[in-house]
Write a protein that binds this ligand. Structure first.
Ligand code: ADP
Ligand code: MG
Length: 381
């Protein structure tokens, strides 16, 4: 990340001191001295302490309370412990007693830059993670899992920071699962890709009462351009800046755009059930994803949905059939999943004590431990 220029201003009587700082600044990267007449808010103020140091420090305290982004270095003839302690207490970053040491100035400037870089990094936030859900067949529970994974993570966050994206054109059902009628869908983005920025995106997304933000899919083929891989990349990069997690219901699409999404995903959940065609599909899906380099094996989780112990194909045979271990087993619970869908509510709201809800909770705790992260990124608008 390129570092911001630090604007430095002086309030120093002694020209030799100013010159010493300027010499150090000239050999340090990323600083620019603001001249007296220039009206530019400084990031760093270098101030010579008045003879009445107590009063001067009180004034600086008042100033620092009001400005978050300006930092102060003090140069001072006096350096009694009381003055030093007071200076530290009010948040003075560096204190230089006379005579000035060029190395001390240089080190202080380096420390300042390092601190600034850290603050800048925090402001930018850690990019969000993309979790894709892929069905190995229609009707295996892909949407149920995408929706309830999102709402389960949301239930663990103080301020949910989750985007839920539906990639099923015409067949997108996320709004039904959550009883919503979004005004927009991602077709509005593909139509206006040149307008896509954080503000535009925030108008397209719809917020659910759980705090998750939904980006639904077009319900009709009414001429909007398809989401090409570059469009998807732009959209997801933007969403990663806003959200901690982006959950994507990919359905069964395996076109170029879906492959791009897989490539950008931190985790791909392939959903299977205890049926032969499904296991055979899962097998081929995993092989294709890995062999063609779309996903690394360690980024794939196999989800066995609608599991029941007495199923025709037991769990160990499922694993043998796929050739992989199942990561997440979701119990069969038709009545809870159906009543959740029909009432447009998350499973958690319909039957909080059910085994299926516990299964979602356990998965989030076990495999997505950092989803408890309470910190939310600053939104650009
Ligand atoms: N764990 C489960 N137990 C029982 N039925 C389930 C389970 N998960 C999903 N279903 C049911 O499967 C059907 C299809 O679910 P859905 O999430 O729409 O699948 P997909 O998105 O793969 O088409 C729904 O009727 C849903 O109630
Ligand atoms: Mg679906």
């Amino acid at each position: 990340m390129p570092l911001k220029t630090t604007f430095v201003k002086f309030s120093v009587q002694n020209q030799e001191i100013t010159n010493q700082f300027i010499r150090a600044i000239e050999v340090s990267k990323g600083f620019k001295v603001v001249s007296k007449g220039e009206n530019h808010q400084p990031d760093l103020l270098i101030i010579e302490l008045d003879k009445d140091s107590e009063t001067h420090l009180d004034k600086l305290n008042f100033f620092l309370d009001k400005t978050e982004d300006t930092h102060i270095f003090i140069v001072s003839e006096k350096s009694d412990p009381e003055i030093l302690i007071k200076a530290l207490r009010i948040g003075i970053k560096e204190f230089f007693p006379f005579p000035l040491q060029p190395k001390a100035i240089q080190d202080a400037l380096t420390r300042f830059k390092e601190r600034q870089a850290k603050i800048e990094q925090k402001k930018q936030g850690i990019p969000g993670k993309i979790f894709s859900i892929v069905g190995s067949k229609g009707g295996v529970g892909t949407t149920t899992i995408a929706v309830n994974l999102a709402t389960t993570i949301a239930s663990k966050q103080k301020k949910p920071s989750i985007g839920l994206l539906d990639m099923n054109i015409i067949f997108g059902e996320i709004p039904i699962f959550l009883d919503m009628s979004p005004k927009h869908h991602w077709g509005d983005i593909t139509k206006n890709i040149e307008r896509l920025d954080a503000f535009f995106l925030s108008n397209i997304l719809s917020e659910h009462p759980t705090g998750i933000h939904i980006l639904s899919s077009p319900r009709y083929l009414d001429g909007q351009p398809s989401p090409t891989p570059p469009i998807m990349e732009t959209l997801l990069e933007l969403m990663k800046k806003k959200y901690d997690y982006i959950i994507i219901d990919l359905g069964q699409s395996m076109n170029d755009t879906a492959l791009k999404i897989l490539k950008m995903s931190e985790l791909v959940n392939i959903v299977a059930i205890q049926s032969l065609p499904c296991l055979s599909n899962t097998n081929r899906l995993i092989k294709s994803m890995i062999e063609f380099g779309f996903v690394e094996r360690e980024n794939i989780n196999i989800v066995l949905n609608r599991y029941f112990k007495k199923g025709v194909i037991p769990l160990d045979s499922v694993e043998k059939g796929i050739g992989e271990k199942v990561t997440w087993v979701i119990p069969n619970d038709y009545s809870t999943t159906m009543s959740a869908i029909n009432s447009g509510k998350p499973l958690h709201d319909v039957s909080p004590r059910s085994k299926i809800v516990k299964s979602f909770d356990d998965y989030v705790e076990k495999f997505l431990p950092d989803s408890r992260k309470k910190e939310k990124k600053g939104w650009l608008f």
